[in-house]
Structures are given as structure tokens and as C-alpha cells.
Design a protein. Structure first.
Length: 460
């Protein structure tokens, strides 16, 4: 058998490689050789309500894992060698995007930290492969001892060109951690080694999925500590803040009074509820009251009417905070699990960031996602319809504070929430970020700079 070694990444100081056996799919071992669970252990069972399949589960340390590979059919998931029997025997092979959405309710795709904790529990990376691999089915005496009942089977891989490889030699399980735009991490096991390595592979490749018990968003919500508070020294107002990924955001709309800001319908009670509405000139602090970084923005600074701010732009935000750029909003959408839309937005990010209450009721559910792939619009049928009602999983709590359309007055309270960015489009228009009562998308648009919208500040 010839072996091809494809270099993938460095993790810490160790060189990691993905090794692919150049042999045909027909050499996959039969299920009886690979999927036999550790008969000395007592397993629990879990029934996936989506399709009725039953999986054995096992508790290892503080974690509960599926002891069998996931076999739930989704778009971009495959049977090894395009043979349906292999799905029954070894589970499906998923691209990373498909894997991110594949686990049933109450379970999740493991994070990098989940895999690290598992390896720590079973004795570390150096010997983790031995203890996690199934006791049969691996090539050339490469079987494990399966001490903990994880029963990792060598289900092989699907390359991004549609070819399959295995020869009972390798197993790769996705994690939810991205490496870069093209790659993501996972757990890698090999027949000739007792190691278990956290490696990086192409997102378009097909690898196995093991789900770990627990909904990461629900845990983040239930276990979230009391939010840190921000006190604006200018007027003494207090705001909740929330850290999401690497960013810390105000969890409430800014309510600092300026000469040209206003309350929805000119009612002070709406400023208390929704914060104030600001023109872009005001949001950027064009008059340089607090900082010179946005000075002149909103007025004609060159022949095209474009300004050249210095970043970060404090704008109307408290000291140590700034008006977010569109890229900073996009970073937030990715951090909460948003999926890039083929137009201008992120699927699901709207649902995860909207407050549960205050929005006009909507019975709309979405059963198709549209994503642009190359020059084509790809439509994915969802496993189950998704309500557009906000779930506020991260405590960001977007409210439908409406906006002011200049001299035409106030509009869309209860149905819309929009926020300024620092990104000017032309002499009259600016990019803004929008949320709607009837959509689970967080999207961006352009707005006239004399209109008034809400402000959320992000920490420097």
C-alpha cells in the first residue's frame, strides 16, 4: 500500500500531518469489524427525533459523547464510496459547513476545547489514540483498547474532488473551530500511531462527526455571569455590556443626548426604552467634540464628498469605546454562528442577536437557506423550519427602535432595528446594519446620512 502525506498545519510546536491511504473504498472493513462497542461498559442510548435513529452514548469524565458516528442526512454529507451501506455502518462524512449544522437538539459539534478536555481525561494526546480507537477494524494491528467506550472507527475521508480514501487507516472528526477561510480543526487518529492530534483539514472535505451533549448557545445563556457595567462619565448613565468572541459590545443602545439626536416619536420614554436616534454626522462626532478621528464626516471633505476618518472612530461613544465598522459587525455575526448569505448579510445571526420581546409578533418560519457558491445561488432545505423570532442567545438584545427618515418623521417601531457603521458609501449614503421582525438574517444596507438610527458601541 502506498501512503501519501499531505501537510496540514503546525499546532503548538508539533508538526501535524494528515495521511491518506491511496486505496479504494472497497477496502473499508465491515461493520462487525469496526463498530463493536466495548462490551464491558454500559452505554446509554439517544434517539434522534429528526429521523428516529438511535445512538449509543457514553460519559467520559464530565462529558457525554455519542459513541457512534452521526448518520443524519443533510446537504453536503456523503456515504463513503457513495454506498448507502457505508452510511449505515460508519456514519456519514460531512463537509465542515454541513457538520456545523448536523447535531441534534441538545447536542453540538465539539469545540476545540471539548476535544482537548476529552484528550486530557483519557491521558493526553500522546496516548489518546490508543484509548479512543475501537478494539477492532484498524489496519495492521492498529486497533485501540477502547478503554472509555468512545469506539472511534476508521471511517475514512472524502476529498473535496469527490474521491474517497480509507483502507481502515484513518479517522478524522470535525470540531467547530476554524483555522482560516479554507480550513477547520478536528481530531485525527491514525492506524500506525497511538497519538490523537488536533489537526486542520479542508472545510470542503468530508469527515466524520461525533456530537457532544449540550447546546453551546443555551449554556452561554444559562451560565452567563452578570454582565459588566459601563458607566458613561459624561452623564452618569449605566449600560450593560457583553463579551462575544474577542469583542466586547454595549448590550444596550446608546442614550447620550446631543443637540441633533432624538427619541422615537419625540417621547422621552422611548429614549429610555430604545436609546436615542442619531444622524450619521452626529454618530461620527463630525464636530470633533470628543475626538478628532471622525472630524468633518458628514460634510464634503473632498471632491466626492467623502471623509477620511482615523480608526477607531470614537464618535459619540463613551471614552474607551468606538463606533463599529462594518467589518466589526461582520466579526460579531460570525462569532454567533451566522452563515454568510449570498446577498448582504448573515443567516441566523439576526435570530441569535434579537431580543425575545418588544418585536412585533411574526409566525414566519424559514425552511430554505440561500447561499451563493461561485456564480450560482445554492438553496439548502433546512432539516427543520426555523422561526424568525429572536432568541437573544448571547445577551446582545437588539430592540426594534425604528428610525427617523429625516423630515418624513419616525417609522417602523416594533418591526425594525438599525445601527450606524463608520463605512461611508458616497457623498450621501452610509452603510448601516439592520434587523427585521420577519427575518432571521442580520444584513447591511445603505442609508442617507441625514436619517437617524441607533448606535451600539464596541470596546477599543
Amino acid at each position: 500500500m502506498h501512503i501519501r502525506v499531505v501537510l496540514i498545519s503546525f499546532v503548538s510546536t508539533s508538526l501535524l500531518a494528515v495521511v491518506c491511504a491511496c486505496s479504494s473504498a472497497k477496502n473499508l472493513p465491515q461493520k462487525s469489524e469496526t463498530s463493536g462497542l466495548n462490551k464491558s461498559l454500559n452505554y446509554e442510548s439517544f434517539k434522534d427525533s429528526r429521523d428516529g435513529q438511535i445512538y449509543k452514548t457514553v460519559k467520559i469524565g464530565a462529558q457525554v459523547w455519542m459513541a457512534e458516528n452521526l448518520n443524519f442526512k443533510t446537504g453536503e454529507s456523503y456515504c463513503h464510496g457513495d454506498d448507502a451501506d457505508n452510511c449505515s455502518n460508519f456514519g456519514r462524512l460531512y463537509t465542515w459547513n454541513a457538520a456545523m449544522e448536523s447535531c441534534p437538539e441538545g447536542w453540538r459539534l465539539p469545540t476545540d476545547e471539548d476535544w482537548t478536555l476529552l484528550l486530557t481525561t483519557v491521558g493526553g494526546q500522546a496516548s489518546g489514540g490508543k484509548f479512543l480507537k475501537s478494539a477492532s477494524g484498524w489496519l495492521s494491528l492498529g486497533n485501540g483498547t477502547d478503554d472509555y467506550g468512545f469506539s472511534a472507527i476508521p471511517a475514512g475521508v472524502r476529498f473535496d474532488n469527490g474521491n474517497y480514501k480509507s483502507d481502515s487507516a484513518y479517522a478524522f472528526f470535525w470540531s467547530s473551530k476554524e483555522d482560516n477561510a479554507e480550513n477547520a480543526y478536528g481530531l485525527f487518529l491514525q492506524y500506525y500511531s497511538e497519538r490523537a492530534d488536533l489537526n486542520s483539514g479542508l472545510k470542503k472535505s468530508g469527515f466524520s462527526v461525533r456530537c457532544v451533549k449540550g447546546d453551546i448557545r443555551r449554556e452561554a445563556r444559562d451560565e452567563r455571569r452578570e454582565s459588566n457595567l459601563l458607566i458613561d462619565a459624561r452623564d452618569g448613565q449605566t449600560y450593560k455590556t457583553v463579551t462575544i468572541g474577542a469583542q466586547t459590545w454595549m448590550a444596550q443602545n446608546l442614550n447620550f443626548k446631543t443637540d441633533s439626536s432624538s427619541c422615537y416619536n419625540d417621547a422621552d420614554s422611548n429614549c429610555v426604552k430604545y436609546g436615542r436616534l442619531y444622524t450619521w454626522t452626529d454618530a461620527m462626532d463630525s464636530a470633533a467634540v470628543f475626538s478628532t478621528n471622525g472630524k468633518g464626516c458628514g460634510y464634503s471633505n473632498d471632491d466626492r464628498g467623502m471623509c477620511t476618518p482615523k480608526f477607531p472612530v470614537r464618535g459619540v461613544c463613551p471614552l474607551g469605546w468606538h463606533l463599529p465598522s462594518l467589518e466589526e459587525w461582520k466579526t460579531l455575526f460570525v462569532a454567533v454562528g451566522g452563515k454568510k448569505w449570498y446577498r448582504d448579510g448573515f443567516l441566523r445571526a439576526g435570530k441569535f442577536l434579537k431580543a425575545k420581546n418588544e418585536w412585533e409578533p411574526s409566525n414566519k418560519v424559514v425552511d430554505v437557506e440561500e447561499v451563493k457558491k461561485g456564480d450560482y445561488v445554492h438553496r439548502d432545505k433546512l432539516d427543520k423550519p426555523i422561526s424568525v423570532v429572536g432568541s437573544d442567545d448571547y445577551g446582545f438584545s437588539v430592540l426594534p427602535g425604528g428610525y427617523k427618515e429625516g423630515a418624513w418623521g419616525y417609522k417602523t417601531e416594533g418591526r425594525y432595528g438599525g445601527f450606524w457603521t463608520t463605512n461611508q458609501s458616497n457623498s450621501s449614503f452610509v452603510k448601516d446594519v439592520d434587523f427585521s421582525y420577519d427575518s432571521f438574517i442580520a444584513y447591511w444596507n445603505v442609508s442617507r446620512m441625514e436619517y437617524s438610527r441607533s448606535v451600539r458601541c464596541v470596546k477599543d
